[in-house]
Design a protein around this ligand. Structure first.
Ligand code: NI
Length: 188
């Protein structure tokens, strides 16, 4: 297994739709193993294949809620969302981060409940109903497979702040990545 460099906002692979997995082969097993190691090393609670430069519809996640660990891999996922609340944003409870925009966090409204349908590495289909933070993780990672980053979804004020942060870091152009375990950046 290997830790892989994580692409940063501006790299074209992050901003293009990924393609469906057709071969559940050894290469896919190796990719997923490396993604899991990279996610843990970062550390993060989710990672999508385009973030390590691979334009395939695969994400991994690992999040512990109290005593319950939620972890797995989702291949060729589909996602159904509940309607979003129209209450004002809670800047603390709804703040999100991304390993491809390292060190930054911005609040974003997400659907409270989702239904994830996807395939395991074995090719077996599965589905998970999720709420709260796990639902947020699924929405965030699913977006990555469509070339959408959470900063692309922010409201006007937060969008401006995120664009400023990205510019200040010199990102928003191709070619930037960071190496978990070597570069000391914080992200979730
Ligand atoms: Ni992300």
């Amino acid at each position: 297994m290997a830790v892989l460099p994580i692409r940063i906002y501006g790299d074209p692979v992050l901003h293009s739709p990924a393609t469906a997995v057709t071969d559940f082969d050894n290469d896919l097993h190796e990719l997923v193993a490396n993604m899991i190691e990279t996610m843990h090393e970062a550390p993060g609670v989710g990672l999508a294949a385009p973030q390590v430069g691979v334009p395939l519809r695969v994400f991994v996640y690992d999040w512990t809620d109290g005593n319950t660990q939620h972890s797995g891999v989702a291949i060729n996922p589909r996602l159904w969302l509940s309607p979003q609340s129209v209450e004002p944003l809670d800047e603390d409870a709804e703040s999100e981060g991304c390993l491809s925009v390292p060190g930054e966090r911005f609040p974003l409204r997400r659907a409270e409940h989702v239904l994830l349908h996807a395939f395991e590495l074995s090719g077996q289909p599965f589905q998970i109903e999720a709420s709260g933070w796990l639902a947020r993780i699924f929405q965030h990672e699913f977006d990555h497979l469509n070339g959408v980053l959470y900063v692309d979804r922010l409201d006007l004020e937060n969008n401006k702040a995120s664009k400023k942060a990205i510019r200040k870091n010199g990102w928003g152009v191709p070619g930037y990545s960071w190496m978990p375990g070597e570069d000391n950046l914080e992200a979730v």
